[in-house]
Design a protein around this ligand. Structure first.
Ligand SMILES: Cc1ncc(COP(=O)(O)O)c(C=O)c1O
Length: 417
């Protein structure tokens, strides 16, 4: 049950829920984990839920009629219902468990896209997409002869929607991120899904960075498909979600074939299972779905409105501290207004290579990501090959940002800048 209180989160207290954040040191100092956009840490309740599954009800689901198999099935399906409530999906059958957001997006492209798009059809993407929402479309474009169009960015790291109508003209798909994993930019989801539907296009939302950080309502988003990963929202690796409108999912061919996804198989052919199992071929990630359910309980116990409020505070604090301390020496990409972004900060610092920055920060226990963040087209738009990226979550506080700033000073000293 979501809490209604608006009291701020106390990250220092929450840290104690995450064994790695209190029990592990790196280079002799406690870890300052600033890479949650890559994957979040996992609270004890999630680890316990998975361990309890393995220790007490480990059995395959949807098959056995013995007690522990039925309990495993019940817990996995209960997790599906938790996901449904968490994202306000109309139907539990619309919640498909996948391996991750990448697989969810490949499912949309490989099943819906392959069945519904033909030569000359137009797919509109944006310059800030993760490779997971680019490459599958490029693969299908090469196979089918599709045209890909791109929504550009403005100087502040928002989508530049000046030519949206022209870009969407005759489009069959608009696929876009709800929050950039590099710029932190929140995109105007409802405006975009409405614009897509106005031209009869299907709206696909990559919500991989959004669902973990912002209260999510897929009905209010107005999307047709929404993809996200469990491991970025306090859940385990190995489980992701595709939510899709039942009407579309029903009409789509299966993505992978095998057990679970069939109703009947004869030598002449097969018939498909009902939703959502039609898209869940093979043994699913059972422990992981149960772990994801526990992660959702944890997040709802905190209240997603409080998580978002905390991250606005953290983004504001980090922007202020880093800009005040380093001035022109640091370039933080993306919107300058905390309310318009998530607490993910990609930056360039002096002339230091991001990998060098990351290595020196590591000596101080500060974990940040360095690289292209699976967004190479965006790197080219920004005119850089790579950036460092600090990304914060509910368990980070001002002290973590201060530690980052101190470690950056140490990096500058180390390289004698
Ligand atoms: C915006 C966005 N989309 C998709 C993905 C792919 O997620 P995964 O690697 O869990 O499939 C990521 C991961 O970083 C992401 O940030």
């Amino acid at each position: 049950m979501a809490m209604t209180t608006t009291s701020p989160l106390d990250a220092a207290v929450l840290k104690k829920d995450f064994p790695l954040l209190v029990g592990v040191e790196s280079h002799g100092t406690p870890i300052v984990y600033l890479d949650s956009a890559a994957t979040s840490q996992k609270p004890r309740v999630v680890l316990d839920a998975m361990e309890t599954y393995y220790e007490t009800i480990n059995a395959n689901v949807h098959r056995g009629v013995y007690e522990i198999a039925e309990e495993a099935t019940n817990q996995m399906e209960a997790a599906r219902e938790k996901v449904r409530r968490f994202i306000n999906a109309p139907l539990t059958a619309e919640v498909v468990f996948t391996k991750n957001a990448t697989e969810s997006l490949n499912l949309v492209v490989g099943s819906w896209g392959r069945a519904n798009l033909r030569e000359g059809d137009i797919v509109v993407l944006t310059h800030m997409e993760h490779h997971a929402n680019i490459v599958p479309w490029q693969m299908l474009a090469a196979e089918k002869g599709l045209e890909l169009r791109w929504i550009p960015l403005d100087a502040d790291g928002h989508l530049d929607l000046t030519d949206l109508d022209a870009l969407l003209d005759r489009a069959k798909v608009l696929a876009f991120t709800a929050m950039s994993n590099v710029l932190g930019t929140l995109t105007p989801v409802r405006r975009l899904t409405d614009a897509a539907h106005a031209v009869g296009a299907v709206a696909v939302v990559d919500a991989c960075q959004y669902v973990p950080h912002v209260p999510t309502d897929v009905a209010a988003m107005g999307a047709d498909f929404v993809a996200f990963s469990g491991h970025k929202m306090c859940g385990p690796t190995g489980v992701g979600v595709l939510w899709g409108r039942a009407e579309l999912l029903d009409a789509m061919p299966p993505f992978l074939g095998g057990g679970e996804m069939i109703r009947d198989v004869r030598l002449e052919g097969f018939t498909c299972n009902d939703l959502p199992w039609k898209f869940e071929a093979g043994t699913p990630p059972i422990a992981e779905t149960i772990g994801l359910g526990a992660a959702i309980d944890y997040l709802q116990g905190l209240g997603m409105d409080r998580v978002r409020a905390h991250e606005i505070d953290m983004a504001g604090y980090a922007l202020r501290v880093l800009n005040e301390r380093f001035g022109d020496r640091i370039s933080i990409y993306g919107p300058t207004v905390p309310e318009e972004r998530g607490a993910v900060l990609a930056f360039s610092f002096d002339d230091l290579h991001p990998h060098d920055i990351s290595q020196v920060l590591d000596q101080h226990g500060v974990c940040v990501r360095a690289g292209h963040h699976c967004a190479k087209p965006l790197m080219r738009v920004l005119g850089v090959g790579a950036t460092a990226r600090a990304s914060l979550y509910l368990y980070n506080d001002e002290r973590d940002v201060d530690a980052l700033a101190d470690a950056l000073t140490a990096a500058a000293d180390f390289f004698e800048l």
